[in-house]
Design a protein around this ligand. Sequence first.
Ligand SMILES: Cc1ncc(COP(=O)(O)O)c(C=O)c1O
Length: 1013
Amino acid sequence: MSARDVLEREPGSQADDRLTGRQVADLMARAFGLNDVDQEHLGGELDQNVKISARDGRCFLLKISSSDVDLDSLRWQNALLANLGANAPGVRIPEIVPGLDGQEIVALADLGAGRSARLFVWIDGCALGEVEYHPPALLQELGSMAGTIVGALATFRAPARQTRHEWDLSRAREVIADGIDAVEDPGLRADVGTIMGWYDDVADLLDELPVQVVHHDLNDANVLVDFDKGAPRICGVIDAGDALHTIRVAEIAVCAGYAMLRKADPLLAAATVISAFDALVPLTDEELTVVFPLAAARLCMNATTWIRRTRDSGAPYGKERMRDTAPALRQIAQLVPEVAEAAIRAACGRSRRSSARSWVASSGLGVATSIAQGRSVVEVDLSPESDLFDELGWSDAEALRQRISLFLGDRDRTVGVIAHLAPSLLRSARRAVGTDEPATVQLGLGLLMPPGGVVILPSDGVVEQLPSGNRPAVLRHGEQGAPYWTSWWGVAGVPAIGSAVHAGSVLGTVAASDRENGLDGLVQVVGTESRTLAERGLPRFVAPSEQTAWGMLTFAPLALLGLPPASPVHRRTVDEVFAARHRHIGRSQRTYYQRPMNLVRGRGVWLYDEASFAYLDSLNNVTHVGHADERVTAAARRQMMKLNTNSRFVYDGIGRYAERIAATLPPPLDVVFLVCTGSEANDLALRIARQVTGRQDVVVIDGAYHGNTGAVTGISPNRYKGPGGAGAPATTHEVPIPDRYRGRFGYDDPDAGSKYAAEARAVINGLAAAGKPPAAFIAESLMGTAGNIVLPSGYLSGVFAAARSVGALRISDEVQVGVGRMGDAFWGFELAGVVPDIVTMGKPLGNGHPLAALVTTREIADAFDTGMKYFNTFGGNPVSCAIGEAVLDIVEHDELQARARAVGAYFHEQLNELRARQPMIGDVRAHGLYLGVELVRDSAAKEPAALEAMLVTELMKDRGVLVFPNGVHDNVLKIKPPMIFGREHVDLYVETLDVVLSLPELSRRQSKGLLHD
Ligand SMILES: Cc1ncc(COP(=O)(O)O)c(C=O)c1O
């Protein structure tokens, strides 16, 4: 087993003949010319392994073999490693370091006959088993790595003499037989028994499988991982000590077996690894059948072997080793091998024809025997994309019932059909902590029928199971043809077990309401050819990742309705959506997340993807009053149905909206320019400032972002100093960021605000003294993209005074912070008691609709009117204005500003409490409902934890909470939820962040320093 994993060490196994530190030091000096090395003694099943650190910084692994390992075998292993090093691109393999005499194997004659040593270059990385969370991309890499190794070894010669060893998968039966008596836990014995039953079922196939040399020990202690921008990736493989000439599929079975440890869904993990292997080394039909039983059997071997050894050696080690294996075997033993095989075939894109499906489809039932009984059939789409939910809260069962009734029309004349394998929004849920997938996909057909009406069985069948609780009625059909089974939920009064029900006769009556779905009169029916599945009971809903597998094992008996088979609806997967985006959207337009979700709907504070997974939106910038607020959509719709046109026509909406905006601002700010984006507003602000003052220079705060046009990119240090940036234009001048966490003047300095302002004043006065006084000073009143920097008191007023003293216009960029978010004020600058010359605003104004504005004084606006026209086609169009008014109404009516104050304060308090428990949280800063959580690797040095922040956001997303890092160092979790966020959402957020920050993987990665920037 592994050289690296201390857990794999069998205490006492090499007790007496281990080399001492002094002997190792002598050996290193004598045989390798390395003096004065540091040693770290590691574990190892047969070998003694020592990490050697040389004075010049190089590291090595010294492997000392025991006397019963023959030299031929070591030579063969060395050749194998060299072959992999040369032919397995992208996989780092230990490189052998010859001794001073040029030999790869150093004989240790003086330490006991037959003993020898080998030295390898050390590979940095942590074991795969030490990484808590294995994202799909990592599992795919694991499978590809195994495929690459098998490819490289395809023609490698078998050893002259093959030693039998205990990990040979093709000998699993013998190995288990040797060890099973030592297993005392009856549950574990039973699980091993179940799994070995699957192994026995496929054992006959093993002799026919392709054979070759394989590494045969790609377990999670021998595969090494490092991190690329926060994402774990496979970086190497060690230990060829168990290499063997055996069945080729053993390579991926071992790998997939260990990949199932510590997974919420072990089958999904195995299928992901195996499919990536299959893409490089196409598996034969038989290999696809055996691979899962072999993978599971390998874990059984692991369990029994270690437990036996523990019993024999008396060390309490086996228990520790079983910490992950026994629970995984518990989960795996619950699986149905048929489902597992189907899942693996589905993942590999190999499906099997279902004969029952075609048999049923061609049975040509007439109207008389159709369950629809002449009623018209109407498709009911309950997927998250369905229009049915556009104006409906789906958790309101009564409203839903009414909506569906309305949609179906006369219930006595219609049957509503919900498609097989469709995700249902009614089942929507967050992925659980541990990333368990909610089962959102319906198996079989849902038939919405009049409650109490009769259900006609359209095809002869025999009742095999009666409904009870959530168990369906099960009927067996097709005695003459291939047998198949149908499971029925929502049917009452089914005849007794063993009764034959003939086509066209009554199976039972439609049960009144379906507790699981909240739907009235829902009958769900699904077919399968598998007796085992029918007997064990089919689930009503399955996880989206298992959808294809279940599609292979079950069918929708559409023919029972006298309907032709439906062509499956193809919903684009997230990968397809992402690929389409990449094909046609410029790459510089980055998305949130490394593996983003495909969003199809939003409602309130929640977003939903195509699989009906729900995500708490604590990140959204723009959806100020919540997703899909019906007052906003109604206003938009009403206005679109009446008039939309460009803003040079005269219509009332633009004036009305301008009046509303002006009313929120202090005098003399009362002239409004309506535009479409925050960037446009700032671009126009620059134009106005430069034209009105006749100057060109602009003063900005370091770290700020003000938009994407050419001009405003030039006043955005966040961009021009960031990746790909070309530096500040000559006319842009930065003042230091007033960051009390990292800057010169900290939280402990009560005068920090005026001290930072004095620094800014010096820059402004310096420009004036140099003969180029600035046209403007631009600032956000809480710096968003720069990392949620809350301006210290006295700062903004001080800098505004300095700007005014040299005749510069003061621009307040409220694009992020305005419209009540600060809680204590409607606009952020009001907190500082200042009145700017120009205010720009955007994001929240339109609740996601592109609506932005600039407001200034009459005097400045008139000075800008030199005769040149300013025209903005879409800015302030009738629809935008109607939306803008609706948003202002809602903020006012629902008292969202006060809510932001209260919920924001609670959020701040909860995050501060979390900070006391989680050392990675360096700082929490907030005003109202705009918060930032700064992550650091160590609280004293404050080293920014940017890669960890990225990982945290991925892990939070996988648990259904959306957040993203920003800031100068990309290490500040930005919290800017819709203003309707409640305390319950705060609790969910904080709880999830706590769980994620507690994952050992995050702290381990810090301490191991494995991060690559
Ligand atoms: C402070 C600030 N100003 C301006 C903008 C630009 O707004 P938009 O993206 O609507 O052009 C942004 C966008 O993030 C911003 O954060």
